[in-house]
Design a protein around this ligand. Structure first.
Ligand code: KG4
Ligand code: ZN
Length: 329
């Protein structure tokens, strides 16, 4: 079965074609360059870029997969959460295509799609329940997943998402946007304890806005003393990354113990982080079976959307009708 996936929830216009769970093509065009000078994604610019690019990206995905549009059996599209204008472009495109091709479409939730990224290009059986961890620019959540349509949120960030706080701190330190990969590169494990920073928590919920403010105040203080060298920045940002990511590791350990679930599936942009990947894998020593999305599928992409759509349509007999509306949260 061939599934066309469409993802337009933020700044990436992405289309993919899957044969069952195998990715035949996954084409992503980002409008990131247009947002850089604003230090973050501007919704209006992202929406217009999707309008301009979507048609071309679909054609490219078909061309790369060597599958013409009329051989597509199912269209899967991100319906939520995301920038509302950006989502509307993708969803309406999917509806129009569904009408024209007389093929079913299914709107999917972007967050479990990040988890599904771990099951792409594989025939492995998906075993439930598992703990799901999504850490991205817009979300930091941990779930109990009994099936892909039976998901319960166990914990969430109460303010800034993990990737968002990487981006904001990097911006304040003059590193550029997006900040996550830049801090990842700068991270030096020898310097991770040079400063002691903390993240807030309440039960399984996390708070990252306090550590963000602490980093900003520290930068101002050290800059006033004329000590803000590159090495000093590296110490501060290594200590920051260590504090944030170790907090996530503790959250995973505690959730696994409390729920007595020994399987963990991880996805989302921040899961590209080298230190986090290593620490998540370390949990196998504690008896957790850990699946981490391949780096190519951690950021926003249509392959994960197509994969989840394929699964829900085939295994759960789900599809959408034309009254389906985009949802920002
Ligand atoms: O999943 P994603 O592509 O978009 C959302 O759904 O939000 O995640 C983007 C986020 C950005 O905040 C970016 O800084 C962060 O993922 N990110 C990273 C790394 N690569 C991307 N954060 C830490 N380390 C990385 N290597
Ligand atoms: Zn995402």
């Amino acid at each position: 079965m061939y599934t066309l996936g469409i993802e337009t929830s933020c700044d990436e216009t992405s289309c993919a074609i899957l044969k069952n769970r195998q990715v035949l093509s996954n084409v992503t065009l980002s409008s990131l360059r247009e947002h850089k000078k604003y230090g973050g994604v501007v919704p209006e610019i992202a929406t217009r870029a999707h309008l301009v690019n979507l048609n071309r990206v679909v054609s490219l995905a078909c061309h790369k997969a060597k599958i013409p549009l009329n051989r597509i059996d199912l269209i899967a599209v991100t319906q939520r959460p995301g920038l509302i204008g950006a989502l509307v472009v993708g969803l309406n495109f999917a509806k129009a295509l569904s009408l024209a091709l007389k093929k079913p479409f299914i709107g999917v939730n972007h967050l479990p799609a990040h988890l599904f990224a771990s099951f792409l290009d594989s025939n492995k059986r998906i075993t439930f329940p598992f703990l799901g961890l999504v850490v991205s620019g817009g979300h930091s959540q941990i779930y109990r997943v009994d099936d892909f349509d039976r998901i319960k949120i166990i914990g969430s960030t109460v303010d800034d998402a993990c990737g968002e706080v990487f981006d904001k701190v990097a911006k304040d330190y003059g590193l550029g946007y997006p900040g996550g990969p830049l801090i990842d590169k700068l991270f030096d494990s020898q310097k991770k304890l040079d400063f002691k920073f903390n993240c807030g928590r309440s039960g399984f919920n996390l708070s990252f806005s306090g550590i963000k403010t602490a980093l900003i105040y520290k930068r101002i203080e050290i800059e006033k003393q004329g000590r803000l060298t590159r090495t000093m920045k590296q110490s501060l940002l290594s200590s920051f990354q260590y504090a944030v990511l170790e907090r996530i590791i503790v959250l995973v350990q505690e959730a696994a113990d409390k729920l007595k679930i020994r399987r963990l599936v991880c996805g989302g942009g921040v899961v590209a982080n080298s230190y986090l990947r290593r620490r998540l894998k370390d949990q196998e020593k504690q008896g957790l079976k850990v699946l981490i999305a391949p780096k190519v599928y951690t950021g926003d992409n249509a392959a994960m959307v197509a994969g989840l759509g394929f699964y829900l349509y085939n295994k759960r007999r789900l599809s959408s009708n034309f009254s389906l509306e985009a949802q920002s949260n």
